[in-house]
Design a protein around this ligand. Structure first.
Ligand SMILES: CC(C)(COP(=O)(O)OP(=O)(O)OC[C@H]1O[C@@H](n2cnc3c(N)ncnc32)[C@H](O)[C@@H]1OP(=O)(O)O)[C@@H](O)C(=O)NCCC(=O)NCCS
Length: 161
């Protein structure tokens, strides 16, 4: 049984553990690195939770964190950003990622954005297939992946409303 819930600042240690697990597991997918974030102290983790709204997927009675997604609004855009999407390898393909995105979109709808945008790395075919299923499409806007500039990433967008 998977529960998805929104994290608050007091959940910073849960967020730290699942975020570091994500960065360790899938460095090819993220703009940041485990080396950078492993050095964060409590106040930096709390600041990350303040800067974006985060949802965690918790599995079973032990509430093992198995997935994460975050979102934030930029001042200069009518779109929301989806960030940090990750599901633990053992539970991929079982609807956890879909549950996280549905929860994210429910939260997003309340903000009435024009759309949802995200960056996805070249070659991350599984993530691209996943996002396509939810209606996201490549925009053609490209940049180097900040954590590994030898790889490109592309902005994808889901129009809303
Ligand atoms: C991206 C992620 C959250 C998706 O969760 P998931 O449980 O794997 O997603 P699903 O299994 O529901 O969907 C994956 C899709 O990719 C397809 N797929 C699986 N393996 C694939 C592969 N090697 N190449 C291409 N497509 C693949 C699946 O068939 C499915 O597509 P379909 O629904 O059209 O059949 C998860 O894979 C993950 O955490 N990846 C590592 C971190 C990451 O890449 N995050 C995204 C950052 S932008």
């Amino acid at each position: 049984m998977i529960e998805i819930r929104q994290l608050t600042g007091d959940d910073w240690a849960i967020y730290r553990d699942v975020r570091l697990a994500a960065l360790t597991d899938a460095p090819y997918a993220f703009a940041s690195t485990v080396e950078r974030e492993a050095a964060f102290d409590e106040w930096q983790w709390r600041a990350q939770l303040d800067r974006a709204t985060w949802f965690v997927a918790l599995d079973g009675p032990a509430a093992l964190p198995v997935g994460l997604v975050g979102g934030f609004a930029e001042d200069d855009s009518a779109d929301l950003h989806l960030i940090g999407m990750w599901v633990r390898g053992e539970v991929r393909g079982r609807g956890v990622a879909g549950g996280l995105v549905q929860r994210f979109l429910g939260w997003a709808a309340g903000q009435r954005p024009a759309g949802v945008v995200l960056w996805v790395a070249d070659g991350n075919d599984r993530a691209q297939a996943f996002y396509r299923r939810y209606g996201f499409a490549a925009t053609g806007r490209r940049q180097p992946l900040p954590s590994n500039p030898s790889v490109g990433e592309e902005k994808w967008r889901l129009p809303l409303g």
